[in-house]
Structures are given as C-alpha cells and as structure tokens.
Design a binder for this molecule. Sequence first.
Ligand SMILES: *[C@@H]1O[C@H](CO)[C@@H](O)[C@H](O)[C@H]1NC(C)=O
Ligand SMILES: *[C@@H]1O[C@H](CO)[C@@H](O)[C@H](O)[C@H]1NC(C)=O
Ligand SMILES: *[C@@H]1O[C@H](CO)[C@@H](O)[C@H](O)[C@H]1NC(C)=O
Ligand SMILES: *[C@@H]1O[C@H](CO)[C@@H](O)[C@H](O)[C@H]1NC(C)=O
Ligand SMILES: *[C@@H]1O[C@H](CO)[C@@H](O)[C@H](O)[C@H]1NC(C)=O
Length: 436
Amino acid sequence: MPKTRQQNQNSLYLSPVITIVIISILSPLSLAAQPSKFRRAPRFVGKLPHLTEPPQRQQRQQQQQYRYETRYFEQRLDHFSFADLPTFSQRYLINTDHWVGPNRLGPIFLYCGNEGDIEWFAVNSGFVWDIAPRFGAMLVFPEHRYYGESMPYGSTEVAYQNATTLSYLTAEQALADFAVFITNLKQNLSAEASPVVLFGGSYGGMLAAWMRLKYPHIAIGALASSAPILQFEDIVPPETFYNIVSSDFKRESASCFNTIKESWGELVSVGQKENGLLELTKTFHLCRELNSTEDLADWLESAYSYLAMVDYPYPSDFMMPLPGYPIREVCKKIDNAPDATSILERIFEGVSVYYNYTGNVDCFQLDDDPHGLDGWNWQACTEMVMPMSSSRDKSMFPAYDYNYSSFKEECWNDFNVIPRPRWITTEFGGHVWELF
Ligand SMILES: *[C@@H]1O[C@H](CO)[C@@H](O)[C@H](O)[C@H]1NC(C)=O
Ligand SMILES: *[C@@H]1O[C@H](CO)[C@@H](O)[C@H](O)[C@H]1NC(C)=O
Ligand SMILES: *[C@@H]1O[C@H](CO)[C@@H](O)[C@H](O)[C@H]1NC(C)=O
Ligand SMILES: *[C@@H]1O[C@H](CO)[C@@H](O)[C@H](O)[C@H]1NC(C)=O
Ligand SMILES: *[C@@H]1O[C@H](CO)[C@@H](O)[C@H](O)[C@H]1NC(C)=O
C-alpha cells in the first residue's frame, strides 16, 4: 500500500497466516504523546517496493515448484465506453496439471492479480497450489492492468504519462478484465459449466471480494485474505492499521514497543544537533548522507509495517528474506542489546533483521523510489482513499492525524487529480453490514 501521500494506502495485508490479535492488556504507558515532528503522513503499504520488479533469482528457483505457462489475452482499455481506444495485452499464468477437465466440472481457481508483477504473487501464493490437486482445479493468475507486463499503450512511460492515460487504472476496470478474461477462457476450453472460485491477498483480496459481489454469476465464491475492504471513509477508526501493527510488536515485548515509540523523538533530536545527520548516517550504515530525518523515519516505519504484514511463523521470502516470527527476532535485537546501547543503535540492530537478514547488504539505500509516482499511488489518489492516522497512545509510530485536505493537495500536485473518497463505498458498499 505509498510515499508522501502514498502512505495511506495499504495493500499488502497479504498473508494468509496473519492473525490479527488485538491485545487488550496494554501495559500502562506514560510516554508523553509527542506530536509528530514529521511532515508526512505515516507511510503505509499499498506501495510494495519490489512489486514492480521481476521476481528475484531466488523466486525463479521457486518457480521450479510453481510451474505455469505464460499467456496473453487482448483486453479493451475501457470496458465502460464505446470510445475507439487501443487494446492492450493482459498477461496471465495458467496451470492445468491437476485440472480434471470440463466434463467432470473441474473447478477454476482464479487469483486476482494485485498491484505488481503477477509472477511475484503466483510464486508466493502457496495455498492455491497446495489445494489444486485436492480439488482437481485449474489455476489461473491474470495480471492487474498497469502492472508487470500488462501495460496499456505499449509502455510504462506512456501509460503513466498523465491523468488521462492513467484514468483506466481502476478497480472496476480490473474486475471487468477478470470477468471478460475468465468468460473467454471458459469458452475456449468448453468449460462454461466449471465453477470459478476467486482468491486474493491484500488489494487482490479486495478485488476477490468485490468481484464476487459484482459478478455473482461468474464466481461461486471468493477467499479474500487480509483484504482491507472496510478501510474506507469512516467505516473503521483511522487508527486501526497502525494500532494493529503496534500491538504485534507489543505482544512480543512491551519494552520493544516502548523503545520504538521513543525512538522518533530521539531521531529528531539527534538530527537537529550539529553534524547530527552525519551521525545518523553512520549509526544506520546508510550509503549516502542523510538529508532529513524524515527519510530515515519513513524507512523505519516501512520496515515495521511490512514486518507485521509478513510476520509468518516460518522463514519466508516475500518482501525480504526473513526468519520465522520476524517481529520476535526484531524485538530480541532491540531488547537484548548490551545495557549501554543507545536507543537508536537498538533500532538499527532491530531493523537490520528486516533489511539485512542475509548479512549481504553493504550499506542501506533509503530511497527505493523517492517520488513514488507508481500505480498504487495513483489508485490511492483516486479510488483507494484509506484514511490512516497514528494514535498517541496505542501506536508506536509517530502520532499523526489524517488530514484529507492535505492528502488532496498532494494528489493534485502529483497527478492533477482529485480523489473520490466516497466512491468505493458507493460502488461496493461497506457501511451497512445488515444487508449482507
Ligand atoms: C497525456 O499523455 C498522452 C500520451 O503521451 C498525450 O497524448 C496527451 O496529450 C496527454 N494529455 C495531457 C492532458 O497532457
Ligand atoms: C481464446 O482463443 C482465442 C482464439 O484463439 C484467443 O485469441 C484468446 O486469447 C483465447 N482466450 C484466452 C483467455 O486465452
Ligand atoms: C541528499 O541530497 C544530495 C543533494 O541533493 C543527494 O545527492 C543525495 O543523494 C541525498 N541523499 C539521500 C540519502 O537521499
Ligand atoms: C549486514 O550484516 C552483515 C553481517 O552481520 C554486516 O557485516 C554488515 O555490516 C551489515 N550491513 C549493514 C548495512 O549494516
Ligand atoms: C490539513 O491540511 C490543510 C491543507 O494542507 C491545512 O490547511 C490544515 O491546517 C490541516 N489541518 C489540520 C487540522 O492540521
């Protein structure tokens, strides 16, 4: 789920195993609630840093286990008008090894591609691969438009040129792509009667849930994993996400939570000293000299958020190579450092579990994508308006109050677009549970 404004969004709640446990026995904390010294909203997910890159070497190896064929399907750019627009080629991955075929009504499991290269999701969605043999199911992974190789206008440069070329990057268009695609695929295979079940994680999970609502005649069910379909408008309190991330740390150790919570003020005060930025550059082994403490804060916040999203009980390599229970490992580093260790040195030791678990990193690069004008940022500035705040007591992140006006200004500056914060709930619902 974003950088200045991109923060708000999230996407990757992905993890089939994330259990969201909100601990109610919060130890009383008397940390002075410091108003945030940081200009920006906390950085949220949604922007998955590595998603737009092709799968790494390690994942290529995994692909030996995840065998699929790559195919392309011609799609309309705009499903909702009759304008004479160019078509584009949508990539999809398919595996029919276990499919029992149309005559036995072999099911089709469709993973709803999210905001990144589809191969990356395919090789990190073990669940559908595990269950396909049991159900005699076919697996298909259509890629989301404007991501990976499924780029309209023939290139990322043109597709991401301006608000006009980006205007076809919406959830509705993506769902229509999936619907048209699966209908056509079934026809080609004479499998019209085969049931379709949708899967997805994070934003892909949102798409799975919404597709089941919008196209009930196409899919008989959906498994939406870690899908924040209620993170809109006023449906849940805006503090929810950061409170949950923080409680994941707190349940490992209250002192870990407290050290992280205190570190933001420490960061600012060291940064303000003479040569303070240089000192921080050294403490955190950065490749280039730090220009502002905010950049470092963003980098730390990202690590904590992603850690909560991939806090799997087994070693994994989705965002980064990590041990099982990575938050526990981070907190051990923070808590168990020798007594004389400063707060910021503890923080460095802790985040090194996330950024340098392999021990192969020579120095840290903070700005993977400083301006981040990527697809998710566009989506966050148009439909995916997810209010996010960081509370003064339950969150270990710098306190931050969501401010729609400043969010809107940033979207205008970045994309010349005005967000539609009520559109998702109008289009897909969310407020009135009783109706479901
Ligand atoms: C947006 O970019 C496209 C493709 O380069 C171009 O044809 C169009 O004129 C641009 N529109 C605006 C409003 O700048
Ligand atoms: C179905 O077959 C047609 C004709 O060969 C082809 O153009 C189209 O891409 C196929 N559909 C899918 C989803 O592969
Ligand atoms: C700090 O600013 C300088 C000059 O603009 C730039 O070259 C350098 O890369 C920046 N450092 C970081 C860590 O972004
Ligand atoms: C990464 O870990 C290795 C092994 O502990 C260490 O030598 C190296 O300095 C670390 N890199 C950074 C950037 O801290
Ligand atoms: C919200 O942002 C707007 C625009 O940047 C600003 O004028 C306003 O003071 C902010 N509101 C609060 C409560 O900070």
